[in-house]
Structure formats: C-alpha cells, structure tokens
Design a protein around this ligand. Sequence first.
Ligand SMILES: Cc1cc2nc3c(=O)[nH]c(=O)nc-3n(C[C@H](O)[C@H](O)[C@H](O)COP(=O)(O)OP(=O)(O)OC[C@H]3O[C@@H](n4cnc5c(N)ncnc54)[C@H](O)[C@@H]3O)c2cc1C
Length: 383
Amino acid sequence: MDVDVVIVGGGLSGLAATWQLHRHGINVRLLEARERTGGRVLSIPFGDSWFDYGPSWVWRGQPHVAGILKHFGIGVYEQVCDGDLLQQTAEGVIHRNDIFKSMQGALRVRGGIAAICSAMQAELPDEIVHCDTVVTALNCLSGDDGVVSVVTKAGNEFRASNIAMAVPLPIAATIEFKPPLDSKSVGLLASTPTWMAGQAKVFAFYERPFWREQGLSGDAFSSRGPLAEIHDATTEVGAPAALMGFVGIDALGRDTLTKSKLIEAAKQQLVELFGQEANSPIEMQIMDWSTEPFTAVDSDRIAPSHHPQYGIKVRPKLPWSDRVSFIVSETATENGGLVEGALHQGLGYACRIIQAFKREADLPVDKCESDPHTASMSWDWIK
Ligand SMILES: Cc1cc2nc3c(=O)[nH]c(=O)nc-3n(C[C@H](O)[C@H](O)[C@H](O)COP(=O)(O)OP(=O)(O)OC[C@H]3O[C@@H](n4cnc5c(N)ncnc54)[C@H](O)[C@@H]3O)c2cc1C
C-alpha cells in the first residue's frame, strides 16, 4: 500500500501525529502492535470511574496537553491532596507530615487520560489505524525516490517516503533497518530508557475513602515497601474509592514473587499505614509494565533512579536521515518521557510534514505554533 506517511506506534505521540496529519488531508497510516491504541496510556473502568494504570497526572504549564484537552472539550480536576501525608521508615515506623503536599497542583483527566486517545481515534476513519500490526523491518528502496517499505510481522508492506517511529527507543533499536542504521544511532536508541517502563502500579478499591476521615490525604512514602509511593486514586465521581501505589521492588525482584503474594503484601502495608479498614478492599489489581513487550525491553527491568535528561536527537546517517524520524515522548527536550512530551513530538512532527507538503504545493506555510491544535496554549479555560 502506498501512502504519504506511515506512523509506527499508536501511543499518544503516534496518535497525535496521525490525527493531525489526517485533519490536514495527508494520506497517513498508523501501525500499532497492540490490539488497542494508547501505548503507555491505559485507563480501565471500574464501577462508575475510569482508573489510570499508566499516566495519571498532567500539570499546568503543559501547553500541548492544555490545547488538546480544550480542543476536545475534555475536563480536568485536581488531585486530592488535603490531609496529612504518611512517611514509613524501613523499620515500619510511621510519621505524619502535615506540611508536605506531594501532589499539589497535579491534575487528573476526566474519564482517564485515555479519553484523549479515544477522542483522537474517533476522528480517524477505520482504514487509517491498523491495530494488531507489529512492525518488524524498514527497507529503504533504492532508486525509488526515497520510498521506504515498512514490513509487518504478518508480512504486509506499507510504502511511504516519510516514516515516524513513535515506539519506545530501545524497541526501535530491535527493528531491522535495511540497510542498517549507523551504529551511533542504534547505540542512542538502545541506551535511552523508556520512562516508567519498568514500573508496576497496584490499585486497591474500597467502598469509601476511609483514610480521609482520619485526616489523611492518601499520600504515603515508604522505605519499607512493597509500595514505595501511594496516592489517593479516587476519581471525581467518587465511587469506588481507590488507593494506588507504585511498587518499590524493581522488576527483577518482582520476578521472585507471584502476583498474589505481591498484592497480599501490598494490602498488609496499606493496613499498617491506613488502618484495619484497608484490609477489606472490594478488589485489588496490579499492572506491571515491565512485562509488556511493546513497552519494555530487558534493560528497563532496572528502573532509572531519577527522571533522565531526555531530548536526545537521533539523527541517522544517509540513506535514513531524510526518511525516518523518531518521535516517542523520550525524544522531547522538555517534558521528555511525559504525556506533554508525547503530544509535543507527535504534533510537532505532523506540523513539519504539513509544512513540507505545503511548500511542495507552493502554498503559504504557517508556523507550527499557529496551528489550530494550539489555539489556546493556556489553562485559563479551566474553571
Ligand atoms: C506507570 C506509568 C505512569 C506514568 N505516569 C505519568 C504521569 O503521571 N504523567 C505523565 O505525563 N506521564 C506519565 N507516564 C509516561 C507517559 O505514559 C508517556 O510519556 C506517554 O504515554 C508516551 O507516549 P508515546 O506515544 O510517546 O509512547 P508509548 O505510549 O510507549 O507508545 C508507543 C507505541 O508503540 C507501539 N509499538 C511498540 N513496538 C511496536 C512495533 N514493533 N510495531 C508497532 N507498534 C509498536 C506500542 O504498543 C505503543 O502503543 C507514565 C507511564 C507509565 C507506564
């Protein structure tokens, strides 16, 4: 199939690029390995609420998030942080802290962050988005004016002269390029960790947010574990109530535990922190991103200790330099690894392609900043 642009990877960066290119009349196809779009964005319903098993928060000062939410009319609400935060030492001693509000200013997205993905996908005709489509190779067709053939695991081929790789960079390093990418580019791809790829989240759902009645915010930091950082995950709908914790044991350590043992240990810790009522959740769930083959590779099993300085520019040598771009969130200089970085990279790539098509057609070229997606770059619209 011959098209103008092929986007590989249907997380937020790839979806945003596809959505924007399609709106501007460019013939684009999105190839996504999973059966769903969204990538690391995953919102799952329980009761009357949607819970975020991937990213949970966006922040003021993130202009692309603001613009997209406004465009689709998707609301936000404040993360609960009233009440005391708990600190648990390695020995199990619990201190109350009434000063530090770890999540102050963080915003949750109404209906979960996947509401953004759903809104974009709803505007794309079915033939554009190909789920269950694992890309295995990119072939640069010589003598064919820069055309690249994108080959899928099922043996299908999509041909285009512009390819955007919106997949985690270490995964891009495993895709076969013919001829091969230069070794410096492969090294950069392979060594750039995917933000949060090694993490696991545990959810405990309850009838009511009983911790609030004790003057607790639901925030807790623990050196004892197994949960290292806990937050109130109850949505604005209120039902069910939920606590969410990031598991503090890295993926290698998690291998030695069964899921049920980990969940039981997490429940015991919630009882230590929040009292006996934590012992009777309606349900508990765990999402381990390190076991997701389209997010994590082996090297992600040891998570970085802090947010890496992202924004690495992968500039492949000829013949790939003019043909392939890497646009996953980790390539963003600001907010790299975050939702904002993914939107910035996806929309920015689309803008550059749209400009190139306009130049070729001798049409006036707008600056990327004046594109409709950024009609409002501020959060003033939030009540
Ligand atoms: C647990 C967790 C918590 C997080 N918390 C936050 C937060 O609170 N706030 C925040 O801003 N960010 C957070 N993040 C980060 C945020 O989720 C990411 O920055 C963002 O979703 C990245 O989007 P992306 O499209 O760039 O990459 P991805 O979402 O990784 O998308 C890549 C896509 O490529 C697909 N793919 C992979 N291999 C292939 C292949 N061979 N062929 C075809 N498709 C392929 C994948 O299936 C996936 O859909 C969190 C992430 C996780 C996992």
